[in-house]
Design a protein around this ligand. Sequence first.
Ligand code: ADP
Length: 173
Amino acid sequence: MGIEIVRGDITAQEVDAVVNAANSSLLGGGGVDGAIHRRGGPGILAECRRLRDSSHRDGLPAGQAVATTAGELPARWVIHTVGPVYTTAEDRSHLLASCYVESLRVAGELGAETVAFPTISTGAYGWPLDDAARVAIAAVSETATSNVTTRRFVLFDSPAYAAFESALARAEG
Ligand code: ADP
């Protein structure tokens, strides 16, 4: 399927684009977002502010994606996407899938060949890991990408790695 899963830190990935589990404000947060801004330096936030002043006055809705510089990260671009907050009251998995699909679309527009993803929505936004892994693997494997050759999931801890490993094994059937 051309999908890689690795244990590691998204900010250390030597890829063309890393995906950020951002929030709608685009102005920073905790988890992956905090780590990306800390390690990437102020250039990323400066570009996010410019987006808020121009094309994204109301911020970025869940399920959409937008790119900025990656500042001092090894990557060239950060693709910011906003995961849905998990709730049992309604099924938001189409929005979670959309994060991956839209991030890949933006990566294709940029000309990125290698893209690294974190596990969107599984931290502060509360999505159960096994289900998030199933949605993520399905979305990425079903999305045709002309120039993106490497699609890598970067798992921060062993429960996340295990969830993605079994979701990938099931998808490969
Ligand atoms: P969300 O707000 O979309 O739920 P979070 O950033 O809170 O996103 O967390 C998403 C997942 O990313 C969590 O499972 C968390 O363990 C993981 N994570 C946190 N920091 C990093 C990092 N530096 N690299 C990769 N994954 C990370």
